[in-house]
Design a protein around this ligand. Structure first.
Ligand code: SR1
Ligand code: MG
Length: 415
């Protein structure tokens, strides 16, 4: 076991989690002493155990327990992983809840011996990626995530925090091993031959062209440098559509275990990049061209409105409260433009890694027909390349969307 694992640590299972829940005083408002409880392990992510526990007599009285394993679940115990990520996640959730409680699951407690967080069970919501793959629209999502991004990023930055608190927060959220996963899987491995890359063989000509492209690797290296050096705000660090739970009325961001002080554009770009991954996937998922165009327009409209909400809420919660002597309007406008261009570049990297590297997304890898999968993957790579290479041209969110929507798949290959 890892050196950093507590001596009291033991991974729970669907039986032991029930006994554990009974012992926790923090949950006595939810569960009655001695009543029958049921539990199931539902974790389908890459890293952790996730249990749902509920009262048999009244399943709406329920809780989720998320427990870190000391290794990467996706790969096994050959890839050790620090359990401190569980503390980071619980502390990030508490900050996010203080800023946007309507979009953050409530934490009941964190157990530092078991690296376990007990939190609100979002049992009326589904993982957004699954909904999008099924062609479901979420009309309030842009409004909700735009607010979430503006408050969680703006309020944890130097624009709001005092000089000392900011540095203390950077230290508290130092998360080197999970950042290293992102540095490797998002910014490094897709652009070189490695055993962990996992693209399907029909895509090989385009992957090899991307890996041979010096200009592309130069731009990706710049994004990696920014990710590693710009402690701009407490970012979620993994805000893809698998880390968002939705229904028609509500939106929650979950799973901030990759949180650290990084560039705001990494979070905004994660959301935008994942919407464009789904846009590319719909090329194969929706055969009817009229229905496909309608859903893709919903996705691009969502990108435009989430950015506009982000700008509006950033104005309201951040810029309206700063000192305009040292942060004049021109500085503020330039700050927002830099976030937009970073979002294009980092969102692009997030798209390309999900096509080429370890830990792909079901939007594309879940397409069974190999021709359809190749068309979708090729389009995602072309959108990614265009967004990162042309990001300096972008002045508005409409420019960003225009660059993405002017791309076409290169598959089937013409030579
Ligand atoms: C090795 S972990 C793979 C991926 O899962 C997480 O959700 C992050 O995106 C990470 O890169
Ligand atoms: Mg996750």
């Amino acid at each position: 076991m890892n050196a950093d694992v507590s001596t009291q640590y033991r991974p729970l299972d669907s039986q032991s989690v029930v006994d554990y829940v009974r012992q926790r005083a923090e949950l006595r408002d939810i569960f009655r002493p001695g009543e029958a409880l049921e539990a199931v392990e539902v974790g389908d992510g890459n890293l952790n155990l996730v249990f749902k526990v509920w009262a048999r007599a009244e399943p709406s009285r329920t809780v989720v327990l998320k427990q870190a394993l000391p290794y990467l679940r996706l790969v096994g115990d050959s890839w050790p992983l620090p359990t401190d990520r569980a503390r980071i996640e619980a502390e990030a959730l508490k900050i996010e809840y203080s800023l946007v409680p309507q979009h953050t699951p409530r934490v009941y407690f964190y157990d530092p011996d078991l690296y376990l967080t007990a939190m609100q069970n979002l049992d009326r919501h589904i993982i957004m990626r699954k909904g999008l793959n099924a062609g479901v629209k979420y009309p309030l999502f842009a409004e909700h995530i735009g607010l979430f991004l503006a408050k969680t990023l703006g309020c944890t930055s130097d624009l709001v925090l005092d000089y000392k608190t900011k540095k203390e927060e950077v230290a508290r959220f130092t998360n080197p091993e999970l950042c290293k996963i992102t540095e490797d899987l998002v910014f490094t491995e897709p652009y070189r031959k490695t055993e962990r890359n996992q693209y399907h063989k029909e895509l090989e000509p385009q992957v090899l062209a991307w890996q041979a492209d010096d200009a592309l690797r130069t731009e990706v290296a710049q994004m990696k440098e920014k990710f590693m050096t710009q402690a701009q705000a407490l970012i979620h660090g993994d805000l893809h559509t698998g880390s968002i739970m939705v229904n028609q009325e509500e939106t929650y961001a979950i799973d901030p275990e990759f949180a650290f002080y990084g560039p705001m554009g990494f979070d905004v770009g994660a959301v935008i990049g994942n919407l464009f991954l789904n846009y590319a996937a719909q090329e194969a998922r929706i055969p009817d061209p009229v229905k496909r165009a309608d859903f893709q327009k919903y996705l691009t409209d969502t990108v435009i409105s989430l950015w506009k909400v982000f700008v509006r809420e950033f104005q309201r919660h951040i810029w309206d409260r700063v000192d305009p002597i040292n942060m004049p309007k021109a500085y503020q406008d330039d700050y927002m433009l830099r976030i937009l261009q970073d979002s294009a570049g980092m969102g692009a990297c997030k798209m390309m890694r999900r096509v080429i590297g370890l830990a792909g997304v079901s939007d594309i890898r879940g397409i069974e027909d190999v021709t359809g999968k190749s068309i979708a993957a090729s389009l995602a790579l072309n959108i990614g390349r265009a967004l990162i290479m042309r990001r300096r041209e972008i002045r508005t969110i409409e420019d960003l969307v225009e660059i993405a929507t002017s791309c076409r798949p290169s598959y089937p290959w013409t030579h």
